[in-house]
Design a protein around this ligand. Structure first.
Ligand code: SGN
Ligand code: CA
Length: 506
């Protein structure tokens, strides 16, 4: 047979093969961390630390600079991810409630459309996952060391560090999956949640570093009643013993009771022999002590994040090794933003920028131009419909968010304002419940419990949100129009409770 004929036959064979195979739908790996601040990610210009593996997603994909959450705490954010709806519509407004899984959940719809689905890691919705082919979850908030892992039918204790264990469970599931179908894997990280227990190999990783104080570190909260009355400062709320491990209780604490003797010894060597001794030598009180606490907080937090970044690297390497990277959408995000000392705080909850904005990075070879930036306001209600859209599945009408894939293709028709509503009060951080509207330039906020107040910010002239303009001369027209916009959004999203507040106490 001559060469031309051979090529002709082979060509026909391959062309035919291609036609017979429908285009393969992309896989999805959605990594959702807990309380990871964009201020701690170098792809977001962090002044604190380098995160080379998260940055790889940015380099090979897109960074969303205005990914905003609609209720800045853990469980509600996860419930919104699953449903594409605001908290008042999916019923999960606060942590520690029981999430109703008898409602639309996007992974269930993906599964009905041929995807293999899994949730591995922190779930924290007060019940068990539903609608997944596979799940392994932490118990509630979960533990950093030797955590209990709930699986269908029982709970097992796994020895090791939580972030590594979650990666291991994820790659084992991927290894065992049915390779003839696409998959959607949601990886729920515990990192970087309080009390920030680093992996042993990361103890002391940032020793000797002196982190810059944020501009608002010693905020006096003037003109902001809610901000003045919270319970989430590094100065007062952050605990020396439990959070910063100064003379930690290695014998009685439920945390250290889970440790193996060698894990406990390593912690003792670092925190008792080094950190606590440094504390004992401190003669500082007042502001100097608060500064010391801030430095220690950042060292612990960033050490925990170091393992997170490393594990994201392992997952990316796994996808490379298995030849999956080219056809797998990888998303890395947190459940909300977090305070790294801004306003003197840790934790989240507020409509203010640091807690409202969550990191969100996405890689999709062939579909997202490497190194892109998306700066339009994208919300966590948009995540479920987007993930469905990636799989070519239509979201049901009850979903309140919108797929943001058109944004990636350069379509400029998009929202210019977003609606926010936070509920949990008074525990654990005494943040007054509030709702509000954020436009490209302004933010109007209504606190409604235990007392009423309004706040107005110009994000261009006051990016740190410390000058409350509400009621100041010259702002009444702007306030009026923002109130109209707020009410429109409240009605659009059917937030009956908020509408009632405005009706009764305008
Ligand atoms: C715990 C933490 C709080 C934190 C909530 C919610 N206290 O209660 O600081 O705000 O979880 O976090 S701790 O002493 O138990 O660490 S969330 O991420 O689940 O919303
Ligand atoms: Ca969280």
């Amino acid at each position: 047979m001559n060469c031309r004929l051979l090529f002709l036959i082979l060509g026909l064979f391959f062309a035919d093969g291609l036609r017979a195979q429908p285009a393969r739908r992309p896989n999805i790996v959605f990594i959702l961390s807990d309380d990871h601040a964009y201020q701690a990610i170098s792809a977001y210009g962090s002044k604190l630390v380098q995160t080379p593996n998260i940055d790889r997603i940015a380099r090979e994909g897109a960074v969303f600079t205005r990914a905003l959450v609609t209720n800045s705490i853990c469980g509600p954010s996860r419930a919104t991810l699953l449903t594409g709806k605001y908290s008042h519509m999916n019923g999960y407004t606060l942590n520690e409630k029981k999430f109703n899984t008898d409602q639309f959940l996007f992974p269930e719809l993906l599964r009905q459309n041929g995807y293999q689905t899994a949730w591995i890691g922190k779930w924290h919705l007060g019940n068990l996952p539903k609608g997944f082919d596979y799940w392994r979850i932490l118990n509630g908030q979960g533990e950093y060391y030797n955590p209990d892992i709930i699986q269908p039918g029982d709970t097992v204790r796994m020895e090791g560090y939580v972030t590594d264990l979650i990666t291991g469970l994820s790659t084992s599931w991927l290894d065992a999956r049915d390779t003839s179908r696409p998959f959607c894997l949601i990886v729920g990280e515990k990192a970087t949640h309080r009390e920030w227990l680093p992996d042993l190999q990361d103890l002391g990783a940032y020793d000797g570093k002196d982190f810059p104080l944020p501009a608002t570190f010693f905020d006096d909260y003037a003109g902001r009643a809610a901000a003045a009355n919270q319970d989430m400062t590094i100065g007062k709320t952050m605990r020396l013993k439990e959070d910063l491990k100064v003379h930690a209780d290695y014998e009685k604490s439920r945390i250290y009771n889970r440790f193996t003797p060698s894990q406990k010894q390593a912690f003792y060597d670092y925190y008792e022999n080094k950190v606590s001794k440094e504390f004992d030598r401190l003669k500082d009180t007042g502001k100097a002590l608060v500064r010391w606490k801030y430095q220690r907080y950042l060292k612990d937090y960033l050490s925990v994040a170091r393992s997170l970044d490393r594990n994201i690297g392992s997952l990316l390497d796994y996808l490379d090794r298995k030849g999956l990277s080219h056809n797998t959408v990888v998303i890395y995000c947190s459940d909300q933003g977090f305070y790294m000392g801004e306003h003197g705080w840790f934790d989240k909850r507020w409509i203010y920028e640091e807690s409202l904005r969550t990191p969100f990075l996405m890689r999709w070879p062939g579909m997202i131009r490497p190194g892109s930036t998306v700066s339009r306001m994208m919300l966590n209600i948009d995540w479920a419909p987007t993930l469905l859209d990636i799989a070519g599945v239509k979201a049901p009408v009850e979903v309140q968010g919108t797929s943001f894939l058109p944004l990636l293709k350069g379509d400029e028709r998009w929202r210019n304002a977003m609606y926010y509503h936070y509920y949990e009060f008074p525990q654990p951080h005494h943040v007054y419940p509030h709702f509000g509207v954020r436009t490209e330039r302004y933010k109007l906020v209504r606190f409604y419990m235990p007392s009423d107040s309004w706040e107005l910010y110009d994000l261009v002239t006051d990016p740190h949100e410390v000058h409350n303009l509400y009621g100041r001369p010259g702002f009444s027209e702007l306030t009026k129009s923002l109130k109209v916009q707020l009410l429109e959004l409240i009605r659009q999203y059917k937030d009956v409770e908020a509408e009632k507040v405005l009706e009764e106490r305008p």
